[in-house]
Design a protein around this ligand. Structure first.
Ligand SMILES: *Cc1c(COP(=O)(O)O)cnc(C)c1O
Length: 355
């Protein structure tokens, strides 16, 4: 069976080259007679993989020595708690709610302190980035750079007095960003970086050690930093796969080159949708996501037929999230432009046949 173009929102597709590389060494890594899955995390063989993964994140994103790069577990969702538990020293923080995950982060933080809603676009179903009003005495400001479900993305990050904390789960390493603008960046790996199971946290060193007394040891950034993310058993195989994928991204020319392709892919699909009177996307143009593109046909029956017809052609996982309906094409780093072209060709044909 041939590989399909997988438009899933996450876990998402990985480059074939990366999967084949892992396959080659699946039962015997570098003549060790063992799989990476079978290594001890305390040995040299694993240590090289672990440290190369961290070094590649640093290199590709331009992370300075003022930051720690942590390889953790629990997903971005665990960070919804870890962030307030590590940073809420005076008990006040600002949150901007621009989607479902941003809302979850906000609700979680409210358990620990006095959380100010600095901006929200819930009134228009998260189709725009709101004007924000930040407080003077917040410990940090939390935003979500890309709204995976509604397809809304910050294209410029706000200037804030307090450290900016960002959930970058669905657009990390998809475009160039200045890490120095942030206090904390966190992301589940399963969209742009690798398989599920790994959560990357980049934290500025001056923010370490400010955790609340009730913060569980396993959620403390300073503990993980002090132990080079080896305080307990890390998700070794997920880290290995991510490392291979980061090598691949580097070989493609790094994030600058990847961003160019990502923009080309997104423009191709948006231009087609905008020029059609059959398909539509209602997110404010200047904040449309280049990663997740939701769209609808004239009615829900046609939406369903469109998803089904696509599947028959090897264009899979295009069903929109239940909160939005319609279709959604997630076109992360690993989706080649050929996949987007194949999708556009199919959508044209579906329109012709069903208009
Ligand atoms: C997928 C996603 C999450 C949830 O990630 P988990 O790893 O499943 O916890 C959180 N935030 C954003 C922006 C996401 O896209």
């Amino acid at each position: 069976m041939a590989r399909v173009y997988n438009f899933a929102a996450g876990p998402a597709m990985l480059p074939l080259e990366v999967l084949e590389e892992a396959q080659k060494s699946l039962t015997d890594y570098n003549g060790t007679g063992m799989s990476v899955m079978e290594f001890t995390h305390r040995g040299k063989n694993y240590e090289f993989i672990h440290n190369e993964c961290i070094a590649l994140i640093r290199e590709l994103m331009g992370v300075s020595d003022e930051y720690e790069v942590l390889l953790l577990q629990g997903g971005a969702s665990m960070q919804f708690d870890a962030v307030p538990l590590n940073l809420l020293t005076t008990g006040k923080a600002d949150y901007v709610v621009t989607g479902n995950f941003a809302q979850k982060a906000y609700k979680e933080a409210k358990k620990y302190g006095e959380i100010n809603l600095a901006g929200s676009s819930e009134d228009k179903n998260f189709t725009y980035i709101p004007k924000c009003k930040f407080s003077d005495d917040a410990d940090y400001v939390h935003i979500t750079s890309n709204n995976t479900i509604f397809g809304l993305q910050w294209n410029e990050f706000p200037d804030t007095k307090a450290p900016l904390v960002c959930d970058m789960s669905s657009d990390i390493m998809s475009r160039e960003i200045d890490v120095n603008k942030f206090g904390v960046i966190y992301a589940g790996a399963q969209k742009n970086l690798g398989p599920a199971g790994l959560t990357v946290v980049i934290v500025r060193k001056d923010l370490l050690g400010k955790h609340l007394p009730i913060c569980p040891t396993m959620l403390r950034y300073d503990i993980h930093a002090k132990n080079n993310s080896l305080y307990n058993t890390p998700p070794t195989f997920a880290i290995y796969m991510t490392m291979l994928n980061l090598r691949y991204i580097k070989k493609q020319g790094g994030i600058k080159a990847i961003e160019q392709i990502n923009r080309e892919k997104a423009n191709l699909l948006y231009d087609f949708i905008d020029n059609s009177d059959f398909y539509s996307n209602n997110v404010e143009k200047k904040n449309r996501s280049i990663m997740n593109i939701p769209f609808i046909t004239p009615n829900p029956d046609l939406d369903a037929a469109c998803v089904k017809g696509a599947e028959a052609r090897g264009l899979v996982s295009l069903k929109g999230h239940r909160l939005v309906g319609g279709l959604r094409a997630s076109i992360y780093n690993a989706m080649p432009i050929e996949g987007v072209k194949a999708l556009v060709d199919y959508l044209k044909e579906f329109e012709r046949e069903n208009k």
